[in-house]
Write a protein that binds this ligand. Structure first.
Ligand SMILES: Cc1cc2nc3c(=O)[nH]c(=O)nc-3n(C[C@H](O)[C@H](O)[C@H](O)COP(=O)(O)OP(=O)(O)OC[C@H]3O[C@@H](n4cnc5c(N)ncnc54)[C@H](O)[C@@H]3O)c2cc1C
Length: 441
């Protein structure tokens, strides 16, 4: 019962050299490779498993500005335009639609927080509508109850996680780039201190530019050459139901449950923010740096088990470049969903949205959400290894901002004007503590 995902055929033989190599075929890696290929670079993307098979197919599909932290809002706004442009310029369908997102609440403090965000968003030119009780109850009529208030963000939307990353990978191929599945990058080579190649399980690609967009695997990869990237993941469990429920909002958030209409007419159901923390060596290594984040989020987190140890993505072990690595043993990080959360989510959804009683559970899955200490991604050149760039730690927001993040990576790699100010994403900020800097929403 994995998350649904389109399978795609990709390139055969690995090139001996490339202008740029992208490691990781999640939404961030595919968009980075796409924007590099559009600039005429010879690009090779290597993915240890299947394109999109980790976080990028396991999420809700929300592409939102609503409630974004100030450091991410400009990228979220640009990304919404890029989702639209991508469809127009490539002819590929990611399922993106500006359907608007609906937030409903009966909690005065929550409504006041949304109103404060609306005032801030205005200063950034972002439109969002606070709903009074009558408007919220009308928009939320599928719940059959009245609400104190809410928010509708008309310019936000959703894309289809089962189609988006494969669609972008096809567009890379159409531009002459190569995409290699079942091809793990084991490490990098340097010459005179600069990046000179990416070593994969199928051979080395000579290149002066590479991007590590490996999601939850980025820190253990960087650990191999001594770069400290504080990253920790949380296991989030969600489910989907079959088509059959009509009259519901396309994308609805409440404190108890969130529901998102899928491309096939079914719904993805989840409890926002809820997750389990599976202890790993990496979690322990960076635990002090994550205290501010933990203090902000602990109410939604619960202790997990030993799955994270077994899957190997947060190992502190150093591996050899001529032997199989943990990435080849775990082609697709596919943690087991927490069954208690799945049952609770389903029960709450049926109670809140009676139309869902016409449907049945079609799948349930979990994903490891990779986070940084401040909840903002790391995007930038890795100091000490010129030519090697990091784009990871998307902290539960990376699907929606994938196009903007990929574009920014391509800007940095090619030395072009960045699409947004990159300062807030600089990986060097992790040398300081995250106290007072954890993203609000
Ligand atoms: C349950 C859930 C709900 C979410 N909801 C949303 C949402 O609604 N909106 C939103 O914006 N975000 C959401 N997110 C977060 C979002 O899915 C992620 O932030 C985003 O997909 C991260 O993309 P990525 O490309 O960085 O990583 P991933 O999608 O995890 O991709 C990384 C890829 O790199 C590959 N890889 C790793 N190491 C190597 C290597 N050495 N060699 C080759 N390949 C390698 C992996 O196999 C993987 O395919 C959610 C996440 C989850 C789990």
């Amino acid at each position: 019962m994995r998350a649904p995902l389109q399978q795609i055929e990709t390139s055969g033989e690995l090139p001996q050299s490339a202008d740029a190599v992208v490691i990781g075929g999640g939404i961030v890696g595919v968009f980075a490779a796409y924007y590099l290929a559009r600039r005429g670079l010879k690009v090779a993307l290597v993915e240890k498993g299947r394109i999109g098979a980790e976080q990028s197919s396991r999420n809700w599909g929300w592409c939102r500005q609503q409630n974004r932290d100030a450091r991410e809002l400009p990228m979220a706004t640009r990304s919404l335009d890029l989702w639209e442009h991508f469809a127009a310029e490539s002819g590929e369908d990611t399922g993106f639609r500006r359907c608007g997102l609906l937030y409903l609440s009966n909690d005065e403090a929550e409504l006041a927080g949304w109103a404060r965000w609306r005032d801030f968003a205005r200063t950034a030119g972002v439109t969002t509508h606070m709903l009074d009780s009558a408007e919220a109850s009308e928009r939320g009529r599928g719940t059959g109850r009245s609400w104190k208030g809410g928010v509708f963000s008309p310019t936000d939307g959703t894309a289809d996680p089962s189609r988006a990353a494969p669609a972008v990978a096809r567009a890379i191929l159409a531009l002459g780039g190569t995409v290699h599945q079942n091809c793990a990058a084991r490490g990098i080579e340097t010459e005179g201190g600069r990046l000179s190649g990416v070593v994969t399980e199928h051979g080395t690609i000579r290149t002066k530019m590479a991007v590590m967009a490996g999601g939850a695997w980025a820190s253990s990869f960087c650990h191999q050459f001594g770069f400290r990237f504080p990253q920790a993941s949380v296991r989030s469990s969600i489910l989907s139901v079959s088509p059959g429920a009509e009259g519901l909002p396309d994308a609805l958030h409440t404190a108890r449950i969130s529901a998102t209409r899928r491309g096939d007419g079914g719904y993805t159901l989840a409890i926002s923010g809820r997750g389990r923390v599976d202890v790993t060596p990496q979690q322990l290594r960076f635990s002090a740096q994550f205290v501010p984040m933990f203090l902000k989020r602990w109410r939604s987190l619960a202790p997990g088990g030993l799955q994270g140890m077994r899957s190997g993505h947060e190992t502190l072990r150093r591996w050899q470049l001529d032997r199989p690595t943990p990435m080849e043993r775990m082609r697709i990080l596919d943690p087991s969903p927490d069954q208690a959360t799945i049952r609770l989510t389903h029960a709450r959804a049926l109670e809140l949205l009676p139309a869902l009683r016409q449907t049945r559970i079609s799948a349930a899955w979990a994903g490891y959400i990779d986070s940084t200490p401040d909840g903002v991604p790391a995007i930038g050149e890795i100091y000490g290894v010129p030519g090697f760039f990091l784009a990871a730690g998307f902290s539960g927001h990376g699907f929606g901002i994938g196009p903007g993040a990929g574009h920014l990576v391509a800007d940095l790699v090619t030395g072009s004007e960045p699409i947004v100010d990159a300062t807030s994403y600089d990986p060097r900020r992790f040398d300081a503590s995250a106290w007072g800097k954890v993203a609000d929403f």
